[in-house]
Design a protein around this ligand. Structure first.
Ligand SMILES: Nc1nc2c(ncn2[C@@H]2O[C@H](COP(=O)(O)OP(=O)(O)OP(=O)(O)O)[C@@H](O)[C@H]2O)c(=O)[nH]1
Ligand SMILES: [Mg+2]
Length: 393
């Protein structure tokens, strides 16, 4: 073989070698790429284990997610009731407006009836509203949206007004409470689990502290291990709002499992140390759990042993999202404890804001405050005029 030939063979071999390496490399790379998601999907190499109750307890104490989301940067723009009720307005007035696209008055009435019955108002309140719509529609030759809207507004205001000596537009929490003649004003806060009791207490405390008041919050939720910590986090926040003369403290005794004892000791302390307010947080409970409702009755009785008029107010916290169920809850709590006010939370983003009207109408007690967000300032006095204007476009 000539030298030229052997060189050609050598180049050919090198070329084939390089080609093979490229092919093998490409295949290997594409396999690797494919393999990644498979590995991810197969990741849990250790089987999941159900946590024991002690572990759960530990997690609930340590998980920051359970503490209120207070570290969020507060947006500069303040939410108001009208913005919060946008979804309710769309689902309530938006659908009423749509009913008027029909020429036939009978169909318009039928559709309005459906809107009212599906707006979490409760049947008694619906009847009252329906009566004025019927009257309005029958008295005119053509169905007139604006006339029906005006009639609905008038009727809603008539339902709400009797429960308010004056409208609560821009009222402070201190103006909404029954102030004690002597000693601290005591407020007991009750409601089902997760309604927003602790959060609302934090928001109220901040407002009172901002007015220079001395506030003692009592950790009466002795049931859930993380509850005291959550309340403490809120009081720390509220401390940031303290104005001259004010103070915020938490009464959170260790190892006390009896909420009555917490309430008793907290009021005693507040009386002795000249606090202006005591706000008692309580564990969430279902209105159907009679033994837990009895526990609340006992707490109330025990409070009166320190101060005969205490608690000066007992407010229920209701989550607007629970719609008509909120009405049921409120009725049961009212029967057991004699409520003097309602805090309706989570009005922001719910389409079930109609429940406010049903609550006042059927419970016959005023909504004092509405929760319109998770931030410290997102608690407003219930301005019924603004409420009616908001849900009716
Ligand atoms: N969007 C919104 N969220 C709220 C409002 N009020 C409370 N929340 C949220 O609702 C959740 C429950 O609030 P909590 O204050 O812990 O409720 P709670 O009634 O004390 O609950 P328990 O102690 O478990 O009975 C939290 O994530 C709050 O941030 C509100 O007005 N709007
Ligand atoms: Mg709570």
């Amino acid at each position: 073989m000539s030298e030229a030939h052997s060189n050609q063979m050598l180049y050919l071999l090198i070329f084939v070698g390089v080609l093979l390496m490229v092919i093998v490399g490409t295949i290997a790379f594409s396999q690797l790429k494919k393999k990644k998601p498979i590995e991810l999907a197969e990741t849990p190499k250790q089987p999941f284990k159900v946590a024991s109750s002690e572990e759960k307890e530990l997690v609930s104490v340590q998980t920051p997610a359970l503490a209120p989301k207070l570290t969020l940067v507060e947006p500069e723009v303040e939410t108001n009731l009208k913005q919060a009720l946008k979804k309710t307005e769309e689902s309530f007035f938006g659908r009423i407006k749509k009913a008027f696209s029909n020429q036939d008055k009978k169909i318009v009435l039928e559709q309005i009836e459906e809107v009212l019955y599906t707006s979490d108002l409760g049947p008694t309140t619906v009847q009252k509203l329906l009566a004025v719509v019927e009257e309005e529609l029958s008295s005119k030759e053509f169905s007139d949206l604006n006339a029906v809207k005006a009639a609905l507004k008038k009727q809603m205001l008539e339902i709400l007004k009797p429960y308010y000596i004056e409208n609560y537009a821009n009222k402070k929490v201190s103006e909404l409470l029954t102030t004690a003649n002597d000693g601290p004003t005591v407020l007991m806060v009750v409601g089902v689990n997760g309604a927003g009791k602790t959060t609302s207490i934090g928001k109220m405390t901040a407002q009172l502290a901002g007015q220079g008041k001395k506030v003692l919050v009592a950790a009466g939720d002795t049931f859930r291990a993380a509850a005291g910590g959550q309340l403490k986090a809120w009081t720390e926040r509220a401390q940031g709002a303290i104005d001259e003369g004010g103070s915020v403290e938490i009464y959170w005794p260790e190892n006390t499992k009896d909420p009555s004892a917490v309430a008793f000791d907290a009021i005693t302390k507040a009386k002795g140390q000249n606090y202006d307010y005591v706000i008692l947080d309580t564990a969430g409970r279902l209105h159907t759990q009679s033994h837990l409702m009895d526990e609340l009755k006992k707490v109330k009785r025990v409070m009166a042993k320190v101060m005969p008029e205490a608690p000066h107010d007992t407010w229920i916290v209701l989550d607007a999202n629970s719609g008509q169920n909120a009405l049921l809850q409120a009725k049961e709590f009212h029967q057991a404890l004699g409520l003097s006010g309602v805090i309706l939370t989570k009005m922001d983003g719910t389409a079930k804001g109609g429940v406010a009207l049903g609550v006042v109408d059927q419970l016959q007690i005023p909504i004092k405050l509405v929760g319109i967000g998770e931030k410290i300032n997102d608690l407003k006095s219930f301005d019924y005029q603004e409420y009616v204007d908001s849900i009716l476009g």
